[in-house]
Structures are given as structure tokens and as C-alpha cells.
Design a protein around this ligand. Structure first.
Ligand SMILES: [Zn+2]
Length: 467
């Protein structure tokens, strides 16, 4: 005989029924209907209904709050959830903070590595929303889109926040000499490029700048054009494609150049924002590549005085335009800079985190399943050199304690150690290929622990931005 526990605040009224999400003694969820079944399918032997694709669709079509919304200029934060079980814990952290959450968020790279479908990402977030009785708007972020083909599957699943990453079209030029050298190369499109460069320089002669800005000279404009011109055209193409693809449905639109080699200086930030506006691209947030290192899973690495000085100029540009948020990518665990960003941007911020919820999941594994975390650590160490490609990390595997020799009670300390965190962070695809089911079962069985570690962890991220 299975015993069931109704989750607090999960009461949902629909037609003549009250719906509850229940947990059995192992933590598995089902839906209980009190009253007349409004249309859920696949009743089980306990008289409950599964959290299935069909039932998700039925409920989403009947209950508006189960659908994501654009978050516009509201202070917001993104919570990637690679395992699909984190939303209840995220919700506990967001409660009462006046920060709009993005519960469904996954980059193309993560969709491939986790082998999840776009619909599944959306549904998992939705079940969390229903379970916890969340009634405020929440977002769904199609993160780091590079091509129109990648965008389609997210649009079909109803995502409301589109992050365009034109990084492949950014040219790594450091100064005007390097920029001129590119224009001098005899490539087929050089003539076109030169004409566009002249037009850009001409346009910026007649433009107003933030008061704190020195008027840029031709060399600076030329450098910005060569560095970001092609990327801006790519964003415009993606924007037009999205408009055609989803029609007049409102959406959030983010432009991110964070995953590029060279930092975006404040004038270049101005240049990108100004050119995008000139082209009619309405964006909600912009993620420059800031100075210093934004490595995965660890705090900001760099000079904080320098960071603050440069962030101030970025914030001046942002305030000059006044109609978009500053987006901070790889934003998890950057505790050293949150106060600076919050204060200088007046909380016009989108804080994007992705893998940190996965690390908190592993903390639960380390607390409850010593052998499993040892296997995960061993496998991650073996795959780190390969899996770290395309990520900004600097862990030294030699500094990670040998899983065979760590005492059970000390295993959770892996999640507090710089090198171990990064090793675990980037190897999630490999690990899920092998241990997906075991990890999820452990998290479901210990769902209260998972919620509580997520709440603690995200409280630290969100409090500096709470209004
Ligand atoms: Zn990013």
C-alpha cells in the first residue's frame, strides 16, 4: 500500500476539481484529482494521474499561469536545470524577492549534452510551478542560439526569451591597426566592408553620447565596426527570423557576446546597442564580455577596483539608452561583483546561471550516496580534459582529492573546492550519459534536501538584487 503526501500549496482549481501534486514515500510525484476529472489521462491503480506529456499539454492549455511569459525590464534571474528537478527548490529561493525567475532555460550545447527535448525542459519547469503554486510570471530562455535552425525547436515548445549568441561572427581585433589590416585584405567582400565601415564612421559623427563619454575618434569606431559589425548583422537576421517565426507573440530578446576572447569595452557596448537600435532590433537585455574571468562554478577572478570602474561606464551606457537590462552570463557564484552590478545598474539586471543547480544536485548525492559521488568524481576527472573544451575553466585535476581516499563525511566538501567544482561542472554530459537515472532517483528520494540546498544556494545569488 503506497502512502501519499500532499505537497503544501500545490492546490490548483480547474473546472469542478481541485488538483494536488502528491509525493509517495519515495518522493515520486503524481496528480490527484478531487472532484470531477477535468480531462487528465492515464489514471493509475491508486486513482492518480502521471506528470506526462499529454497531461502537461492539457493543463497548460487550461491554466494560463503554467505558461511562461516575457519578463521585460523587471529584474530577473535565470536558473538552468539540467536534470529537470530543480524548479521547486528555485521557487523557494525566489519567493518574496521581487525578482522575475526564468525557470526553463537551456542552451543548445546543454540540450545536446543532456539529451533532453525542448518540450521536456518546458514541462519540467511547469510541473515545478504547479507543485509549488507559483502564480507570478516566469520565463523560458532559449539560451545561446547561434543559427535559425536552432531557434525553431525552442519556438515550437513556446519559449518566451531568446538569447542570440553571434560570437562566431565577432572578429578578435584589438586595435585600429588590426582592424585596418582586415579591411586591406583582398577578399571578395572587402569593398562592401569598406563601404559599411565608412557609413558607420559617418553615422557616429552625428550621434549623442552619454555625458561621461569622450567622443570616440575614427579609429575607435572603425575597431568597433570590424570587431562587432558582422555579429550585429547576424543578430538582425536572427531577430527578423524570430519575428517571422513566432508572429506577434511578445518575447524577451537578449544579445550576448560574453563567450568571446576579448572584452567588450564601454564604447563597443555603446556601438552594439546603438547599431542594433538603428536596425530596429528591440532587445531586452545585453550581455557584454566584461573584463576579468567569469569561469564556470566559481567566483569572479580579477581586480575588483578595475571591474567596478569599467562596469560603471557600461552602466552609464545602459542608463543612457534606458530600455534594456544588463545581462550577466556565467553569473553563478560571482558573489564578489553582485553588489557592484546591482548598485550601478539600479537592478536593471538579468543574472544568468546554468550549471550551478547541477552542482547542488551533486551535493545531495555526496550527502546521501557516497559510492555514486565517488564514481561521478572519478569519471569526471577522467573526462575533464576533453569535456572542458568550449568552457571557460582553469581547474587543475591534481588539486582534486582522490575519491578513493576521501571519507564519506567529507565528500560534500568537493562542492566547496574550486578545482573539484569546475571538473564536475563541465563533465555533466558524460556523467548523465552514465548515471542519469541513478542521480535523478537519489534527488527524487531526497527531494526535500535538494530543495533546501537549492534555496540556500540561490538565496545568496538573489539577495543582492532583491527589491
Ligand atoms: Zn553566456
Amino acid at each position: 500500500m503506497t502512502t501519499w503526501k500532499r505537497i503544501n500549496s500545490s492546490k490548483t482549481t480547474l473546472m469542478n476539481a481541485t488538483l494536488y501534486i502528491n509525493r509517495d514515500e519515495k518522493g515520486h510525484r503524481t496528480i490527484e484529482v478531487v472532484g470531477e476529472n477535468p480531462g487528465l489521462v492515464d489514471i493509475d491503480s491508486n486513482g492518480h494521474y502521471p506528470l506526462s506529456l499529454e497531461n502537461a499539454k492539457f493543463l497548460r492549455d487550461s491554466l494560463p499561469f503554467l505558461n511562461p511569459n516575457p519578463l521585460k525590464l523587471h529584474t530577473s534571474a535565470g536558473t538552468g536545470d539540467r536534470l529537470g528537478l530543480a524548479t521547486p527548490g528555485h521557487i523557494e529561493a525566489f519567493r518574496g524577492k521581487n525578482i522575475a525567475p526564468v525557470f526553463a532555460q537551456q542552451s543548445v550545447r546543454e540540450v545536446i549534452r543532456t539529451k533532453r527535448t525542448h518540450q521536456r525542459i518546458m514541462d519540467d519547469a511547469m510541473w515545478g510551478v504547479m507543485e509549488k503554486g507559483w502564480r507570478e510570471p516566469w520565463g523560458a530562455d532559449a539560451d545561446h542560439l547561434k543559427t535559425p535552425e536552432e531557434l525553431d525547436a525552442y519556438a515550437d515548445a513556446g519559449f518566451t526569451f531568446y538569447t542570440i549568441d553571434p560570437g562566431a561572427h565577432v572578429r578578435n581585433v584589438k586595435n585600429a591597426e588590426e582592424a585596418r589590416a582586415i579591411l586591406e585584405r583582398s577578399e571578395p567582400d572587402t569593398a562592401v566592408l569598406k563601404t559599411k565601415a565608412d557609413a558607420s564612421i559617418e553615422r557616429f559623427q552625428h550621434i549623442d553620447f552619454p555625458k561621461s563619454f569622450k567622443r570616440p575618434d575614427d579609429s575607435q569606431i572603425l575597431t568597433a565596426f570590424v570587431k562587432y559589425g558582422k555579429a550585429i548583422e547576424h543578430v538582425k537576421m536572427m531577430y527578423d527570423y524570430l519575428l517571422k517565426r513566432i508572429g506577434d507573440k511578445p518575447f524577451d530578446f537578449e544579445v550576448s557576446v560574453d563567450e568571446t576572447d576579448l572584452p567588450t569595452n564601454p564604447f563597443e557596448h555603446f556601438y552594439i546597442a546603438s547599431e542594433l537600435k538603428h536596425l530596429g532590433v528591440k532587445f531586452t537585455s545585453l550581455a557584454p564580455r566584461f573584463i576579468g574571468r567569469f569561469e564556470k562554478g566559481v567566483d569572479y577572478i580579477g581586480d575588483l577596483v578595475e571591474f567596478e570602474a569599467q562596469y560603471k561606464s557600461h552602466a552609464d551606457v545602459q542608463k543612457y539608452f534606458g530600455d534594456y537590462k544588463m545581462s550577466i552570463h556565467s553569473g553563478s557564484d560571482k558573489f564578489a561583483i553582485y553588489e557592484i552590478c546591482s548598485r550601478l545598474s539600479d537592478n536593471a539586471i538579468h543574472l544568468k546561471t546554468a550549471g550551478t543547480s547541477y552542482l547542488e544536485a551533486l551535493r545531495v548525492i555526496a550527502m546521501h550516496e557516497p559510492n555514486l559521488i565517488r564514481n561521478i568524481m572519478t569519471m569526471s576527472l577522467d573526462h575533464y580534459e576533453t569535456d572542458k573544451q568550449s568552457y571557460h575553466v582553469s581547474a587543475n585535476v591534481q588539486k582534486v582529492a582522490d575519491p578513493k581516499t576521501v571519507k564519506d563525511i567529507d565528500l560534500p566538501k568537493y562542492l566547496d573546492q574550486f578545482d573539484a567544482r569546475q571538473v564536475l561542472h563541465v563533465c555533466f554530459g558524460t556523467i548523465l550519459g552514465q548515471y542519469d537515472a541513478q542521480i535523478k532517483e537519489c534527488l527524487i528520494n531526497n527531494y526535500e534536501t535538494y530543495e533546501s540546498v537549492l534555496k540556500t544556494h540561490f538565496d545568496r545569488h538573489l539577495k543582492p538584487f532583491a527589491g
